[in-house]
Every structure is written in C-alpha cells, then in structure tokens.
Design a protein around this ligand. Structure first.
Ligand code: ADP
Ligand code: MG
Length: 398
C-alpha cells in the first residue's frame, strides 16, 4: 500500500470550500445531558481546521457520533460538539440542522472564506456506512465545483464509508495533519523502519491480533508477546495455564507462529498469577507454563519484564500494541508500566497503536514521552496488519 499521500499543504484551498471529515466521535455523559466527557478528539482536529481557515478556505466539517444507524437520535446530535469547537477556536461555528438537506445546502452555499460550518451526525443517514454514491455525491456537492475534500478522521479510515472514501470520487482528496502524521510515522515504520524494529504485542486475545502477529513477524526483528494472548502460546509450548485466558482454537496457530518466527519471538517465562479476576486478588509469581489450577495469569512476571525492557532499550523502532496485563487493576499494571517506562527511556521511535494500549499509556502517565500514539484503535490495528485502508487509498498520491 502507498502511504505517500497528498496533504493539505500540497493543495491550494484559498477561496475554496473544503469538506473536512473529522473524528468528533467524543464520549458523552451517559445521562443524555449532552456533556462531553473527553474533548481530546476535538482538540486534535484543531490544527487542520485552523490551517484551512487561515488559508482562506470555507470549511464544511463533518463527523459521525455513536451508532444511530440511520435514525435521527437527538442524543447523538453534533450540537455539543459545535459548542465545544466554538469555545476552543474562539469563533462562531455554524451548525446545520441536517446533513445534506435544505438547511445544510443553504448554509454551505452562503459560507464565506474563513467561516466554519458543521454538518449533523453523518450516521443519521444510512447512506454513510453503506457508502451510498448518491449520499457521497450530495456531501461533495456541498463544497461546490472547485471544492476540496480533506480527510482527517484516522479512526475511520479502515471503513469504506461515504464520508471517508466515497466522496473522493467527486472531489480532489488530501489528508489533514492528523492522518499525515499517522501515515508518516506508522507507514514509515512498516515500510522502512529504523532497525532493529521491536514489536510488542499483548492485549487479551490471539484471535483479535492474528493479522498483526503475522504481518509484524514478517517485518520486525523481534516480536514480544505479553498479555492474555501469551497463555495460548504457553499451551502451544506444552504448558499448563490454570484458569488463564486461553483460546483453544488458536493453539495450532500459535504453534505455527512459533515455528515461523524462530528466535525472533520472545514469550513470557514468568507470570503474575491471581486466584481471581479481581483488583485485590491474591497473587504469586509462577512459570508461565506451570500456572496452578485455580489461578490465572494477569500480568507478566519480573524476569519477563526485565527481558522485555532490555529488548526495548537497544531498539531503533518500537511498535507497541496491547497491554502486558490487566492494567485496569493497579496490582496487575506493573508489567505494562515497566514496558511503558522502558519505551519512555529509549532513543527509539516509539509507536503506540490500539485503543486500550493508548489508554494504558495515558493512564500510566507516559503519553507525552512517546513518539506517536495513534488516534485510531481499529484503524491502527488494520494498518499494522498491512491491510489496505480504504480512507487512505482514496487520497491522491504525492
Ligand atoms: P488494544 O485495544 O490496545 O488493541 P486489546 O483490546 O487487545 O488491546 O486488549 C486490551 C485488554 O486486554 C485490556 O482490557 C486488558 O485488561 C486485557 N488483558 C491484558 N492481559 C490480560 C490477561 N492476562 N488476562 C486477561 N485480560 C488481559
Ligand atoms: Mg481494545
């Protein structure tokens, strides 16, 4: 896949209307009060928006929120986003009452250079997730004949939706700064990594990471396994894992990967086992292949932690996806924390992909020490699997 894509600085937007796909899918208070509980995604979109406005574009921003599945659910309106965006930018944000209907059309037509219009929730229309060509064309038409499409919602580039891929059939398509950074750093690490490239793979299940393990075993110099998926490998090694997370259907796959990888693969030798899946469970350190009945591995052990941190220290690039243990429980966050610390101390390019991994690094306080934390969970996984991302493929090549 070609990651070398045109970006906002490669195209003239002055005096033009720009259809800008953002990721404003922010978490909202569960009580329906319309309070945004974390505005990180809105803040992340600001550099591209500000750049476009400064260049003299009229910006028509759009995003999805939640999963209304074509239903006009008022609790998933973009209204709170418009308000927060306006506060952060210190300027008016015009909110359309619909997506591509009469109100949006009138407001888009009247929109002037330096002004910002926000459309309603794209997924209020079923055409969005179905990548309906008429809906995509209607979106593109809002930007007019000399319009430009800027894609900056990395979190949805793995989906071929009307606003992420379909519109590119009707408008010249380039990336915003967020996607540009994802392509440069993750794309760069996959295509031409500074070596040695160390991949750290963890999280809960082998089955959700098959593609990533496969692809990174091809590319990386070392692949380190931790988290719940390690126990399926331990059984593949002939071990006993007690009540640990085990995917029986994937034992053969684990054997295959072990054979394919040779000494590229590092598996945990010791484990912190607990007598229950609970924050205050009793814990003991045992061999990963000899976990007693009634006990379950919830974190990598101290010997493994040291070996993994040593492997990271000499790396040129580290790609990390999936926590080393149940980091949501303090008692079992030790391994994940130590690896995060090791990453923060190396000179390597450090890349964090995956929703829970990003959350873990943030929660443990290492976010600003990493080269790059991907803004897309599912998208970064598919990226690391080496899959073609429809929302990236749709952009103009450099
Ligand atoms: P990501 O979102 O970064 O791709 P995953 O979704 O694959 O990561 O995995 C994250 C989850 O894995 C976390 O909720 C964590 O608690 C869980 N996990 C890690 N280690 C274990 C383990 N040993 N047993 C059970 N769950 C685990
Ligand atoms: Mg996850």
């Amino acid at each position: 896949m070609n990651y070398n894509k045109k970006t906002v600085t490669d195209i003239d937007v002055a005096g033009k209307k720009v259809l800008l796909r953002c990721d404003f899918n922010v978490p909202m208070a569960k009580d329906g009060s319309g309070v945004i509980t974390d505005d990180k995604r809105i803040r992340a979109a600001l550099p591209t928006i500000q750049y476009l406005l400064e260049q003299g574009a009229a910006v028509i921003a759009c995003s999805h929120m939640g999963k209304p599945k074509g239903e006009w659910k008022p609790e998933l309106s973009m209204k709170p986003v418009a308000a927060r965006l306006s506060e952060l930018l210190g300027k008016d944000v015009i909110l359309a009452a619909d997506i591509v209907g009469e109100d949006a059309q009138a407001k888009a037509a009247a929109l002037k250079s330096g002004e910002l219009l926000l459309l309603e929730n794209l997924r209020y229309d079923k055409g969005e997730t179905k990548n309906n060509p008429e809906f995509a064309k209607a979106l593109a038409d809002l930007a007019g004949a000399d319009g430009v499409y800027v894609s900056d919602a990395f979190g949805t580039v793995h989906r071929a939706h009307a606003s992420t891929a379909g519109v590119a059939a009707y408008l010249p398509a380039v990336s915003g700064f967020l996607i540009q950074k994802e392509l440069e750093i993750i794309g760069g690490a996959l295509a031409a990594p500074k070596r040695p490239l160390v991949a750290i793979l963890g999280g809960s299940k082998v089955s959700s990471k098959i593609g990533v393990i496969n692809n990174l075993l091809e590319i990386a110099d070392k692949v380190i396994i931790g988290g719940g998926m390690a126990y399926t490998f331990a059984v593949a090694q002939g071990g006993e894992v007690g009540d640990s997370l085990l995917e029986k259907d994937w034992i053969d796959y684990a054997k295959e990967m072990m054979a394919k990888a040779g000494d590229k693969l590092m598996l945990p030798t010791d484990t912190v086992a607990a007598n229950a899946f609970a924050p205050d469970a009793d814990a003991q350190v045992v061999a990963t292949t000899a976990i007693p009945a009634g006990w379950q591995g919830l974190d990598i052990g101290p010997e493994t932690t040291k070996a993994y941190c040593d492997a990271v220290s000499g790396a040129g690039t580290v790609i990390w996806n999936g926590p080393m243990g149940v980091f949501e429980f303090d008692k079992f966050a030790v391994g994940t924390k130590a690896v995060a610390e090791a990453l923060s101390n190396t000179d390597a390019i450090t890349i964090i992909g995956g929703g829970d991994s990003a959350a873990a690094v943030q929660q443990l306080g290492y976010a600003d020490k990493m080269t790059h934390i991907s803004t897309g969970g599912g998208a970064s996984l598919e990226f690391m699997e080496g899959k073609e991302l429809p929302g990236v493929a749709a952009l103009l090549d450099k």
